[in-house]
Design a protein around this ligand. Structure first.
Ligand code: NAP
Length: 250
């Protein structure tokens, strides 16, 4: 057990989660890099952090599965100590489609991955952080999306709706645990350069849309990580139930 701050970042092998892992490690946090299947990306990131003097572990777990989430948190208890920050970041996108062509299987997988997982991780984090459970407090940052506001018509209403649910989760939970030492906030990124757009069937989506972004470009995972770090840290100590939009003005 160590006296460091400990952070769990779900879906941290790649993209926005990986940028968070690098930043939190640089700031002195012991980092748990969770991933689902891309062990090579997660291991390479862990090697990089350790080579720079940081402390981290990698834990494979599907965060939409309650038993796997329990195992993930027990591993952190045993290997890193008291959890102080949870970043709910893992998420998926399915190929662009109109709603009438979406199968129940697609919708359910997307909702359990993007929504149920956040609930399950919050549940475990609260049991460790809340004063009600003799914890020492902590912070939770949920990664939502600008899609929660636009609804993503003709592309992925299922994904947009999953992020709308995360906004509501953030608001409700922030009020539920505010007096228990836990702050819950949310970032809503716009178009960010990661692999996710290829999963949506259009790797070059940002190039197509960037002229519509007032800042005329997509964002980087590092820019999102800075906002997440601010919301997770004591620098944002009077913020809870708040939303930070990172969309280049879109
Ligand atoms: P990404 O590059 O596609 O990475 C997604 C990460 O989530 C991967 O590490 C993946 O693990 C992990 N993951 C997926 N399903 C999982 C599961 N069931 N259990 C555990 N991990 C799982 O995505 P990203 O763009 O960085 O997105 C991160 C978050 O930002 C998501 O919540 C996304 O909705 C949100 N966001 C992204 C954008 C954007 O433009 N990129 C915009 C708004 C919001 P593996 O590596 O093992 O596959």
């Amino acid at each position: 057990m160590n006296k460091n701050n400990v952070v769990l970042i779900t879906g941290a092998g790649r993209g926005i989660g990986a940028a968070c892992a690098r930043l939190f490690a640089e700031k002195g946090y012991a980092v748990c890099i969770n991933y689902k299947s891309n062990i090579n990306a997660a291991s390479a990131l862990a090697d990089e952090i350790i080579s720079l003097g940081g402390q981290c572990i990698t834990v494979q777990a599907d965060v939409s599965d309650e038993k796997e989430v329990s195992r993930l948190f027990s591993t952190i208890d045993n290997e890193l100590g008291n959890l102080s920050v949870l970043i709910n970041n893992a998420g998926i996108l399915r190929p662009q489609s109109r709603l009438e062509d979406m199968s129940a299987e697609r919708i359910n997988t997307l909702l359990t991955t993007n929504v149920t997982s956040y609930f399950l991780c919050c549940k475990q984090a609260i049991k460790r952080m809340s004063y009600r459970h003799f914890g020492q407090g902590g912070t939770i940052v949920n990664v939502s999306s600008g899609a929660a506001r636009t609804g993503s018509p003709n592309e992925y209403i299922d994904y947009a709706a999953s992020k709308g649910a995360i906004d509501t989760l953030t608001k409700g939970l922030s009020l539920e645990v505010a007096a228990e030492g836990i702050r819950v906030n949310c970032v809503r990124p716009g178009l960010i350069h990661t692999d996710m757009h290829a999963d949506g069937g259009e790797p070059e989506r940002i190039s197509r849309l960037q002229s519509k972004i007032p800042l005329q470009r997509g964002g980087t995972p590092e820019e999102v990580a800075e906002a997440i770090y601010w919301l997770a840290s004591e620098k944002s100590s009077f913020s809870t139930g708040n939303f930070l939009d990172l969309s280049g003005g879109l």
